[in-house]
Design a protein around this ligand. Structure first.
Ligand code: LMR
Length: 392
């Protein structure tokens, strides 16, 4: 018997698949604006100095390699809770997770366990959200987030839609640096959104993958902390891939804000079982790096300034891109890019234009026209500007 002969070929992943295709492309002028990974002005990956120093410290301490418990390294978890929520609280349970994706996946499985069968996600959203929830048995319904005509976040569209979502339903929110649009609600918008979600009795589920890439570490936590202050029960997934540059270490977290500490304990016991059945317990190394950086005033300061350098380089490249396109006589006014923040720019390029950029110019970006601004540098900017103008 042949067990596998009816298996179909799955399509490549819309983001990771492009990254692989980019690596295999032999053209020397190729430009990777696909996966959200930071590159330096020299288009090299960046390992932060604070991370290197923390690793040396860890190595010199000759630490063991024993198993962690299901919820991970306690020092890491406590420091993460402070970074995300501003302070530790009895009613917040946190677990280390192998990356932000695993944090979202834990959220999905936990939601399935408490009886959710649907989650509302923004239109558009990160290309992986839909299948992460689907694989845990949740159907993803869309709520409006982006006004394509005005190229803006639509607060009115979102708040109006919230009013007709059935009570008890989870709703996914990007805490900052919305992926893919780069457009975030203002602090005042978040207040309104929080009130709407509260009165509709929805369960907020934050995906927080870009803390520090928008306006700053605390500024980017505005939404999560405002929802906390508003007394929401909620779920949060966070990632240190981008803000610590620890992409391949797979380090992130999953947090549940319950109504009190006793409920949080029961939630913890269930999440521990979900983790045990999935990957037993998370990997050590990334959690030790983050705990070491956040525990030391000097390393923390160094990390914060390295993060600020990344943030500024990205916003400088976004500005240069928009200016270059406008100065190059593009038929489209790209000034809308100035409103976007975080790693990505939603360029508005059509699927056809994106295809031509790849085929004719070896410039890679996902089909939705999301462009990783952190993959631009003075070395490739002019080339990218000319190519975009050519395909418009
Ligand atoms: C992205 O959106 O490019 C990143 O979050 C990487 C990923 O896993 O898709």
């Amino acid at each position: 018997m042949n067990f596998f002969d009816t298996i179909d070929m799955a399509p490549p992943d819309p983001i990771l698949g492009l990254n692989t295709a980019f690596k295999e492309d032999p053209r020397s002028n190729k430009v990777n604006l696909s996966i959200g990974a930071y590159k330096t002005d020299d288009l090299q990956p960046l390992v932060l100095t604070a991370v290197r120093k923390a690793e040396q410290q860890i190595l010199s301490q000759g630490m063991d390699k024993e198993y962690l418990s299901q919820d991970g390294n306690p020092e890491y978890v406590n420091r993460s809770i402070k970074l995300v929520f501003g302070a530790e609280q009895d009613n917040i349970f946190g677990a280390q997770a192998p990356g932000g994706t695993a944090g979202v996946r834990l959220a999905a499985e936990f939601l399935a366990q408490i009886g959710s069968s649907v989650i509302y996600i923004p239109d558009p959203t990160w290309a992986n959200h839909n299948q992460v929830f689907a694989r845990a048995g949740l159907k993803a319904e869309l709520y409006p987030y982006y006004d394509a005509e005005r190229r803006e976040f639509t607060k009115s569209g979102m708040v109006e839609a919230i009013k007709s979502i059935p009570s008890g339903t989870p709703i996914l929110l990007h805490a900052c640096c919305h992926n893919p649009t780069g457009l975030d609600p203002t602090p005042a918008d978040w207040k309104e959104i929080s009130t709407a979600i509260k009165s509709q009795e929805l369960l907020p589920v934050f995906d927080f993958a870009y803390q520090g890439f928008g306006r700053g570490i605390d500024e980017d936590a505005t939404a999560v902390r405002h929802f906390l202050a508003d007394g929401h029960q909620m779920l949060v997934a966070n990632s240190y891939s981008k803000n610590f540059g620890l992409y391949g270490e797979r380090i992130g977290g999953f947090y549940v804000v319950a109504s009190d500490g006793e409920i949080a304990e029961r939630v913890k016991s269930q999440v521990m079982r979900i983790i045990r059945a999935n990957y037993s317990n998370p990997p050590l190394h990334g959690s030790r790096i983050i705990a070491a950086v956040l525990a030391s005033d000097a390393l923390r300061q160094e990390w914060e300034s390295e993060l600020a350098v990344m943030r500024k380089r990205i916003s400088g490249m976004r500005k240069a891109l928009a200016e270059g396109l406008n100065a190059g006589g593009s038929s489209v006014d790209f000034s809308f890019m100035y409103k976007q923040n975080g790693m990505f720019s939603y360029s508005g390029l059509s699927k056809e234009a994106v295809g031509r950029l790849r085929d004719e110019f070896a410039i890679y970006m996902p089909a939705n026209g999301r462009l990783n601004v952190a993959g631009l540098s003075p070395k490739n900017l002019d080339y990218v500007v000319e190519a975009i103008i050519a395909v418009l």
